[in-house]
Design a binder for this molecule. Structure first.
Ligand code: FES
Length: 152
């Protein structure tokens, strides 16, 4: 049956009552109204649902919400500081790193992890890291340019 859980999302404790099988993706979107995280394939193949758990990127469609209790969850909504965009968000705008925008939250969350974990120091390395994030519009060169710029 449903169970009470508390998730720490973008620095806030959020309580919700969910089935144990509820994915983190559904918990964020359906229960917490954090719809910036997108559902593409729901099977771990597109990266649209990428968020950070304790600073590591994960596919939230493959993660049970109950397993993330006590951890620090960051979604696209948690990146900007007030009106100030995260450098990765600003770089995506500068480099036109999106067309339809559906994959963008996941791309940005993966891009931030790419830089933080030191995988963005060359084009091939960054491309490899980002390869789990699909873009149907084919904005890959621009996405890569954004990630590489933030890596410095
Ligand atoms: Fe999770 Fe596609 S929705 S990887």
């Amino acid at each position: 049956g449903a169970t009470d859980v508390t998730l720490r999302v973008n620095g806030q404790a959020r309580s919700l009552r969910i089935e144990p099988r509820t994915t983190l993706l559904d918990a964020l979107r359906e229960y917490l109204d954090l719809t910036g995280t997108k559902k593409g394939c729901d099977h771990g193949q597109c990266g649209a649902c990428t968020v950070h758990v304790d600073g590591k990127r994960i596919n939230s469609c493959l993660t049970l919400a109950v397993m993330t209790q006590g951890k620090e969850i960051t979604t696209i909504e948690g990146l900007a500081k007030g009106e100030e965009l995260h450098p990765m968000q600003a770089a995506f705008i500068k480099h036109d790193g999106f067309q339809c925008g559906y994959c963008t939250p996941g791309q940005i969350m993966s891009g931030v992890a790419c830089v933080q974990e030191g995988h963005a120091t060359s084009d091939p390395q960054a491309r490899e890291w980002m390869s789990g994030n699909l873009c149907r519009c084919g904005a890959y060169p621009n996405i890569l340019a954004a990630v590489r710029e933030v890596a410095g």
